[in-house]
Write a protein that binds this ligand. Structure first.
Ligand code: SDX
Length: 428
């Protein structure tokens, strides 16, 4: 294939270079388009056909259901690595040596204390505030308590900001949940692993010693790995574009949390559970909900199904489905919701509407079933997604800033009124 693309507009022909990535993805480099054509641009709602950047972090192949972080397959990482190893690899590019991992974890623990005045912000929220809104606010507020985190032009500043947010974010997650439950806001222990500490901070009861459950530790560690990055999804693109204005890391992450909150994105894991609960309340009538999902006049969508990139099974959904069976069995939980989910999946996989549109279960379809079995409240599900996605957001933000990418500023096609003279109010 030639390494240029030719574009014919009227009598003029233009040539643009082709970029080919390490997995043979090809893109047309249109950096010169507007200048060369005297102002012609492209339009692509939802950026379904438009790449925003070149990135070396995560590779997806939606047709074949492939997901790799820094070249490592999601299947192997979920099986053989722990979350902090994966976070290190995403952010710094290589799986860490034991020494590197130990220092990384030690630096994170040293920076995990959150200014106590943050509690005053948490107190200001009504108890029924959605945790994603609270967490987005608290993450942005961290900038006020850590002003040095804004200037990350040096590798040292960048590293300090990275370990700060990886240390403080799990505390904010635990405090957000416990505040709603009327429980004291505590810290875990520096003697624990990263995920063990998350569970202790979230679930420790003030009047008894928290006993770790290896099943929960392993399940959460795997879920966080599966959510850790996913190339240029909605929330990651948000983090990158906010950071491109040279806003600080914490402010950029706060914006990403807000984007993830949406039910079409990370909010889907909560919406899936609510949908499955509704089907259960309805006597398990999955056919009614399948019909609603296919009815163009009904805004209802089968939550947890479909994906912008995967037109095959989401490899994460396959892993989570197996984990859901294991975790519920090991916890001795018999959840009828899981049976409804499996029944719905089978129906959709054999339904012409879903098959034709290549709508398969995505990462959000089964994850909520595990979170619920672990005792995590349903409105905290998307917060757990954010906890997992944190290293991916950081890695993508760091790559954008170190790559000195220009400020993100898309163009548009104007479709409003042409020039018209101002009309005095007496003449309107
Ligand atoms: C995540 O991008 C990422 O990587 C995201 C993510 C990550 O890790 O960051 O993977 C996490 O967000 C997973 C997706 C979670 N969202 C949901 O489960 C919500 C339900 N799914 C959809 O709303 C939808 O599938 C999207 C938003 C995920 C993708 O939408 P697209 O790519 O814009 O596809 P589309 O809306 O153009 O749909 C194509 C067709 C349409 O029908 P037609 O107009 O062609 O007749 O498929 C239909 C849609 O109506 N369709 C669905 C459907 N999803 C798409 N119909 C019923 N139920 C659904 N779930």
């Amino acid at each position: 294939m030639s390494d240029i693309a030719k574009l014919q507009i009227g009598d003029n022909q233009y040539e643009f270079p082709l970029i080919t990535g390490t997995e043979n993805e090809v893109a047309i480099d249109i950096k010169t388009l507007r200048g060369a054509t005297g102002g012609i641009t492209t339009i692509d709602p939802g950026y379904k056909n438009t790449g925003s950047c070149q990135s070396a972090i995560t590779f997806l192949n939606g047709e074949e259901g492939i997901l790799r972080y820094r070249g490592y397959s999601i299947e192997e990482l979920a099986e053989k690595a722990d979350f902090l190893e994966v976070a290190y690899a995403l952010i710094f590019g290589e799986l860490p040596t034991k020494e590197q991992l130990d220092k990384f974890h030690s630096d994170i623990k040293d920076k995990s204390i959150v200014d106590d005045d943050i509690k005053k912000i948490i107190d200001a929220f009504p108890k029924n505030a959605h945790p994603m809104g609270v967490l987005s606010s608290l993450t942005s507020a961290l900038t006020a308590f850590n002003p040095s985190s804004v200037n990350v032009d040096s590798e040292e500043d960048m590293y300090n900001s990275v370990v700060k947010i990886l240390g403080k974010f799990p505390v904010l997650v635990a405090w957000t949940m416990r505040k709603k439950q009327g429980l004291p806001l505590n810290y875990g222990s520096k003697s624990l692993g990263y995920v063990e500490n998350v569970l202790k901070m979230m679930f420790e009861q003030p009047n008894e010693e928290y006993v770790q459950n290896e099943v929960l530790v392993n399940a959460l560690d795997k879920l966080l790995i599966l959510h850790a990055d996913h190339e240029q999804n909605c929330s990651t693109s948000t983090v990158r574009i906010v950071g491109s204005s040279h806003a600080g890391l914490f402010a950029s992450l706060s914006a990403g949390i807000s984007a993830l909150w949406g039910p079409l994105h990370g909010g889907a894991n909560q919406a899936v559970l609510e949908m499955l609960e509704a089907i259960k309340e309805d006597g398990g009538d999955t056919k009614k909900y399948m019909a609603k999902a296919k009815d163009k006049n009904d805004p209802f969508r089968l939550m947890g199904f479909g994906h912008r990139v995967y037109k095959n099974f989401d490899p994460r959904a396959k892993i989570i489905k197996v984990a859901a069976d294991e975790v519920l069995k090991e916890l001795g939980v018999n959840d009828p919701i899981l049976d409804i989910a499996k029944g719905l999946e089978q129906e959709a996989l054999n339904d012409e509407y879903f098959v034709k549109r290549k709508l398969y279960p995505n990462v959000d379809f089964y994850s909520g079933i595990i979170y619920r079995a672990m005792g995590i409240p349903v409105e905290m599900f998307t917060v757990m997604f954010a906890l997992g996605r944190l290293p991916g957001w950081i890695a993508q933000w760091r790559e954008m800033r170190l790559g000195k990418e220009p400020i993100g500023r898309p163009r548009q096609v104007y479709t409003g009124e042409n020039y018209r003279a101002f009309k005095d109010i007496s003449n309107r």
